[in-house]
Design a protein around this ligand. Sequence first.
Ligand code: FAD
Ligand code: DLZ
Ligand code: SF4
Length: 511
Amino acid sequence: MGALRLVLGDQLSDGLSALSDIRDGDVILMAEVAEEATYVRHHKQKIVLVLAAMRAFAECLRTSGHTVRYVTLDDAANSGSIAGEVRRAVKDLESDRLIRTRCGEWRLEEALNALANTLDVPVETREDDRFICSADRFRDWASDRRQLRMEYFYREMRRDTGLLMDGDQPEGGAWNYDVENRKKLPAEQAIPPRKRFPPDASTKEVMALVGDRFADHFGDLDGFDWPVTREQAGEALDHFIDDILPGFGDWQDAMANGEAFLWHSLVSTSLNLGLLDPLEICQRAEQAYRNGSAPLNAVEGFIRQILGWREFVRGVYWLKVPEYRKRNALDADRSLPWFYWSGETDMACVADVVEQTRTHAYAHHIQRLMVTGNLAMLLGVHPDEVDDWYMVVFADAYEWVEMPNTRGMATYADGGIVGSKPYAASGAYIDRMSDYCAGCAYDVKEKTGEKACPFNRLYWGFLERNRKVLRDNPRLAMPYRTLDKWPEERRAALVDEAEACRKALGATVRA
Ligand code: FAD
Ligand code: DLZ
Ligand code: SF4
């Protein structure tokens, strides 16, 4: 008899609140369950990542002297769900209480709250304190604001943590150096090689299991090389800080055909599992600036992603869920075109993003936002289908971070909670930030007709179609002023042009 302490697949942190006061007689429960791999049909590499990291973490716990009940996916008695495994463990071990850390996703949190009402033992649910800003702190910050804007939240977090501060002023005199972080990659610019982590014997075992059980899930398995232990995640971080971070700022928004990683940190997979700590990463980046090995635009830009965006979207998610999951401000009603899965499209930018996503379960932020996200918004794809795709295809996907990015930032389905305007853009943006258009079957200079870049064909029709919701947005005043100067027939023709493009790309009205 002792406490049962639950550790979920994305709670692989030594300092997890559910483990903080562990004592002799307590048992840690970790369970590989089919439900977590199939509630959305995750990329095969995501499943391998989580299960391989869980096995490695369980081994560390055992080495530190803890008792771990570890249920494998192929255990004949496995009930298939976390709730089922908790119930089974409480009964088998005659545990006197359950101690757990709040889940990252609302879905599982609800399921475990429902379970608590039916268990015969008390359940203690502890906060997940592996974030820089607690849920309460965020709620406080948000409570007296009409609009939630990341930039103001970020400044407050800078003050709270002292990161990149010079007394009470921002280091260098500005809070944000984004204007310096929008350079296109010159053709001759060498791209640095990245440290990757080929699978060891234990990970290969998981790969065989996943290849067998989830053969029909999206994505390649063979090239799996993500860090799965805290040590590997630490090595990857060292490599990023020492060799890559100096170029992070300049090329943050750049895209290059066939180049998945560029100067991005690749820390999200480890960070979201709990193998790395967000504050520690920010402090390491700041140190690189203070000792002169990385410039301010790179370090500020990088810290803002973690201290600002990551903490902000997590706060928004827990503030607005579950209502947020239903938002569809633009009444998007189309289905997701098949090429999002197959990659079979003449659009060079989309084909490259889908291909590298299949290979690595990764695409960098601008690819997610301005290629696949922008296109889904311009096409009017229903947010449920957009969410499903983003949750499936990326190794770092968890609803708390995926949904505010997808339903908020990328598609404006939340009606402006996360972003102050839709990030809608024509092909000119992609042309400016990448080398995709030079090798594309479509013409980025053409605005209409079958040969024209689909982003161009869709852009004005999108604005006209969504006039009622977007016309009064001050940040869209300029394009609407342009539209308003055009006669009604021309505006109607733009809607027809967009409709023809939606049809040509297979964005049909959902059944
Ligand atoms: P870097 O570019 O090196 O950035 C450093 C870190 O900052 C990231 O690891 C991440 O932890 C954080 N970060 C950067 N941007 C964001 C952001 N907008 N929101 C939250 N954290 C951010 N990130 C996820 O972790 N999981 C997701 O499921 C996810 N889905 C996304 C969906 C869409 C439509 C968009 C536009 C963005 C999404 N992001 C998601 C945010 C971002 O694209 C990824 O965090 C980033 O690409 C991961 O690669 P990296 O570690 O190399 O990031
Ligand atoms: C993502 C995932 C997968 C694929 N499998 C498991 C699992 O077998 N066992 C587990 O404890 N966690 C898994 N996870 C992570 C959970 O989905 C995650 O903890 C919840 O979504 C809450 O964020
Ligand atoms: Fe993408 Fe359009 Fe450029 Fe083709 S022309 S790569 S579709 S932006």
